[in-house]
Write a protein that binds this ligand. Sequence first.
Ligand SMILES: [Zn+2]
Length: 347
Amino acid sequence: MSVDFESLSGDLHRLKDLALAEIAKAADPAALDQLQIQYLGKKGDLTAVLRGIGALPAEDRPRVGAVANEIGEAVKTALSERGLELRSVVQAQRLAAESVDVTLPGRTVPRGTLHPIPETIAAIAEVFGQFGFVVYEGPEVEDDLTNFQMLNIAPDHPARDLWDTLYVDIPGHLLRTHTSPGQIRVMQSTKPPIRALLPGRCFRYEAVDASHGFEFFQVEGLMVDEGTSMADLKGLLDEFAHALFGPRKTRFRPGYYPFTEPSVAFDVECVVCGGVGCPACSKTGWMTILGAGMVHPVVLQYGGIDPERYQGFAFGMGVERISNLRHAVPDLRYYLENDLRFLEQFR
Ligand SMILES: [Zn+2]
């Protein structure tokens, strides 16, 4: 095979055209790497052509070297330019894939809300707080003495039939059947004047239905001072009823509790019919919202308070009952079922 400058130079130029065409078609950086090895590597095509230089006359060798350098540079430049192009294409694809539309509205974070029972307790406490009543808490596991006997309910007193009691495995202890034992605890630990509010959970052995639960909430109120009267009680409860249910008539009816004397039931004009008479108020036009009375002198004595000097009144209400009336809830079992469809209505 005869080698001369013209044929070698022609080979080099064909090689260059081929290389530039393949580089232009390279689809990704990996393909470019392959082409670099194929043309410029130690065992590459350009190197192979240059091996023919040795067969050329001495005066032709520098000219071929110059052409080879020029072609090598052209291939390198093409590789690097195509590399830049491919990188910008990859980047554009990534930007398109990861794009964020900043004009879209954000996802809303779901916000919680108070359960209607603590919400109602807070509403009750807010009203009485304006009259100086301070919130206290008593224990849920109570002793028989404080839950019954000190509230003038003797062990054999027929009034115990009113409370179906859940006893615990500690002799003389039970789950409190009402918040009233809190009255004794406050009187024993505080000197008059006393204005106490005692919200809390109570327990009775009840068959569960729409209006009875074995677990329920009460709020107890107690005021003890010199000269405290039924008129103070009526005025306070009127303010409470108006704050929660709007301006409407109220009344006292005779009632009975062993720990108050006299005892009353406190009624408000029916919140459904406004006093006309409807199924909700058994056609009476009135709804009983709490029980109250003047603290029995025996109970004051158990509390360590002199009944000759001090008088007091107490009241107690079922929180579920108040919540039912505020929110028109027909069944108190909803309060313990943790059904979000129910709970989300109290936002
Ligand atoms: Zn009614």
